[in-house]
Design a protein around this ligand. Structure first.
Ligand SMILES: [Zn+2]
Length: 416
């Protein structure tokens, strides 16, 4: 039966994967190993075959609309015909640019990609060697099954969000609405969670958003943990719904999530830049950057109707962890400091500098600039994918889900 299976694999690779993304190896003594990217969020660059089970895999990366700012922090592919074989993978071509300047490699000694035998549960590679001079990471693994999925960090595809929204949408405490569409027409969702039986007067407004950058899957697990907790029947969640109106924008850049891209939208614009330029009266911005245009519109409408008390924009980095803001009014900062102190005391949040970072340098055109434009008390939260001292390991999907539940409770608490 093996030849039939191989033919099926070849057809799948040829017709379902785009371009040269699925590369069947030349058959020799053993069955050839296939690289498969015929699924959502998959990404791979050039593959060099160095031996039957030895490959150099270049990261595809993504550039902006000007051909600048290449970022190579996402790959996700499957290898077939691998059972019991000693596989060597050399991941390469990580270097790029950030804010128009050459950027250090997103890899390093600390770095461990993940693998899965079922495409669902993930673990970090233990055998990994980083070569800084070559900008290359060598992984060795002997898969127990015939397929192995490999990714930068555990993937959170758009399909998982859709099934989450279907679940949450059945809750009497949640309303899911579509506030706009991405460049390629995908829905941008806004979920409102509160006790709808109770008068809104006196309730606080908390805003949480994620996935401006497609690779930052860790933030989606946070949002899922937060949403599942806040619609649940535990007494703490009921109290939060009595006191607070929660607004979630869970995935701002769905096109790039689906297409296995890294950072920019389908037009090559960064959804966390140019927030100060995106003008709701100018249709050109709606065409270029609909993801910002619609989310900004929703934020401004909310702010006009009923001002937001705390807003948080979730991101991931390699090793940095912090919360920063451009807010500069005392009553707002008191609330933000309270949130920060609660995070420090009650979660695994583990910043290098244990203080809320007030804006000093860096790009002034991120989502945080909506504070200057409209007084929205926006904070950026970066969380590392590398190991943290407080957590004592690299974060798993379970860690992220649990953190999300705590995070939303603390936002609600700090907003009161
Ligand atoms: Zn980001």
């Amino acid at each position: 039966m093996r030849p039939i299976y191989l033919v099926v694999g070849l057809i799948m690779g040829t017709f379902l994967a785009s371009g040269a993304e699925s590369v069947p190896a030349v058959p020799t003594a053993g069955a050839p190993i296939f690289f498969n990217t015929a699924f959502e969020s998959a990404s791979i660059g050039l593959i060099e075959k160095l031996g039957e089970t030895d490959f150099r895999v270049h990261i595809r990366g993504q550039q902006d609309s000007r051909g600048r700012n290449r970022q190579a922090t996402w790959f996700y592919f499957r290898m077939d015909e691998v059972a019991g074989r000693d596989i060597t993978l050399r991941l390469a071509s990580f270097k790029g640019e950030y804010n128009d300047r050459p950027a250090g490699s997103p890899g390093g000694e600390w770095y461990r990609p993940v693998f899965s035998h079922d495409g669902e549960t993930w673990q970090h590679f233990s055998d990994a060697v980083w070569d800084a001079a070559k900008d290359e990471m060598t992984l060795t693994v002997r898969p127990r099954g015939n397929q192995i999925w490999i990714a930068h960090i555990p993937p959170y595809p758009h399909a998982r969000l859709q099934s989450l929204l279907a679940d949450v949408g059945r809750s009497p405490h949640a309303r899911v609405e579509v506030i706009g569409r991405s460049v390629l027409g995908r829905e941008l969702s806004l979920i409102t969670v509160t006790n709808f039986q109770r008068d809104d007067a006196g309730k606080r407004i908390v805003w949480l958003q994620a996935r401006q950058h497609a690779w930052e899957c860790g933030t989606s697990f946070l949002v899922e943990g937060a949403l599942r907790f806040v619609v649940s029947d535990v007494p703490a969640a009921r109290k939060l719904r009595d006191e607070t109106i929660f607004k979630f924008v869970p995935m701002i850049n769905p096109d790039s999530v689906v297409r296995g891209e890294v950072r920019f939208n389908a037009n090559g614009f960064d959804p966390n830049r140019q927030w100060d330029e995106v003008d709701l009266r100018d249709r050109r911005w709606l065409e270029r950057l609909p993801e910002i245009w619609y989310v900004k519109k929703a934020l401004l409408e909310q702010q006009t109707r009923r001002p937001i008390d705390l807003a948080l924009n979730l991101h991931n980095t390699e090793t940095g962890e912090y919360v920063d803001t451009m807010a500069d009014r005392d009553e707002t900062l008191v609330r933000m400091h309270r949130f920060f102190d609660l995070l420090m005391a009650k979660t695994t949040f583990d910043p290098a500098v244990p203080k809320l970072t007030l804006f000093r340098s860096g790009p002034g055109n991120t989502t945080n600039s909506i504070w200057r434009e409209a007084g929205v008390p926006m904070m950026l939260m970066e969380q590392r994918i590398g190991p943290g001292k407080k957590l004592g390991r690299r974060p798993t999907t379970e860690d992220r889900l649990e953190f999300g539940a705590r995070l939303i409770a603390l936002l609600g608490e700090a907003a009161q």
